[in-house]
Design a protein around this ligand. Structure first.
Ligand SMILES: Cc1ncc(C[n+]2csc(CCOP(=O)(O)OP(=O)(O)O)c2C)c(N)n1
Ligand code: SF4
Length: 245
């Protein structure tokens, strides 16, 4: 009997620690499928964030490094400059990338560093228990905003794709989501494109994936998908924001 479904080689046999309904696992799988399809596992290095994906190095079966909080783009810069033959990607949450590491990502993108960033936007700090992130929606409750995000005091949520695509340096910037199969297919295409631009030595490449955190949103996995589609997608529109072509 033919095999119709299997685990990508670029994923290890480890069971993940992600909560039920969390989309980190889907994002891992898509990245691993792309690594397999491009045949680059032996020369790919991932850089894990601080956040729920901190143990990504256990879940992928390619080389991995762990960066200090928000510093993955700096580590990727060094690695890619010293070994341009490697395929280097960072995998970062919104607290890690858009708050603590905001300076790192803006400057790496503006320098046009030729690595790929996978940005998981779940509108909250997941690992540490649901604090407000720069991406938290107006009125969305967080442990540090128990009455909901007050935009008078904290400003509006930061849209990373819009921000990065405003830089004059050429780059590839796309936002997709993992909320439904139809979106997941598009997310994989974007991830593949990002790796292909890196392989062609074209530009910095950035894929944002609008994701869920049912645990810290205080929702069931089903309600989290619905809430994200109704609330996050109108504010975080999907599509390609910038391409080097
Ligand atoms: C400099 C620094 N600040 C804060 C922390 C604590 N910390 C660890 S994980 C985390 C939240 C990460 O959230 P996010 O990046 O959104 O990823 P998620 O867990 O949601 O996937 C924080 C604040 C830290 N380790 N180092
Ligand atoms: S806390 Fe949120 S982001 Fe972290 S594993 Fe659980 S659902 Fe996923």
């Amino acid at each position: 009997m033919g095999k119709t479904f299997s685990k990508p080689e670029a994923l290890s046999d480890a069971h993940t620690h992600y909560c039920p309904g969390c989309t980190h696992g889907i994002a891992h799988r898509l990245v691993a499928e792309v690594i397999d399809e491009l045949g680059i596992r032996g020369r790919t290095v991932g850089i894990a964030p601080v956040g729920c994906a901190v143990m990504a190095y256990n879940y992928f079966s390619c080389d991995f490094q762990e960066a200090a909080h928000g510093r993955a783009p700096a580590m990727a810069t060094g690695m890619k400059r010293v070994r341009p033959d490697l395929m280097v990607f960072t995998y970062q949450g919104d607290g890690d990338l858009a708050s603590i590491g905001m300076g790192e990502i803006i400057h790496a993108a503006n320098r046009g560093e030729k690595f790929t960033t996978i940005f998981i936007n779940n509108a909250i700090y997941g690992m540490t228990g649901g604090q407000m992130a720069p991406t938290t929606m107006p009125g969305q409750r967080a442990t540090t905003a128990p009455m909901g995000r007050d935009v008078e005091k904290t400003g509006m949520p930061i849209r990373m794709c819009e921000l990065l695509s405003s830089l004059a340096t050429p780059g590839y910037v796309e936002r997709q989501t993992l909320l439904k199969p139809k979106y997941i297919n598009k997310a994989k295409k974007a991830i593949k494109k990002a790796f292909e631009y890196q392989e062609a030595n074209k530009c910095f490449s950035f894929v944002e994936l609008v994701s869920t955190c049912p645990t810290n949103w205080g929702m069931t996995p089903q309600d989290a998908l619905k809430w994200a589609e109704e609330t996050l997608l109108p504010y975080y529109p999907l599509g390609e924001f910038k391409s080097p072509e």
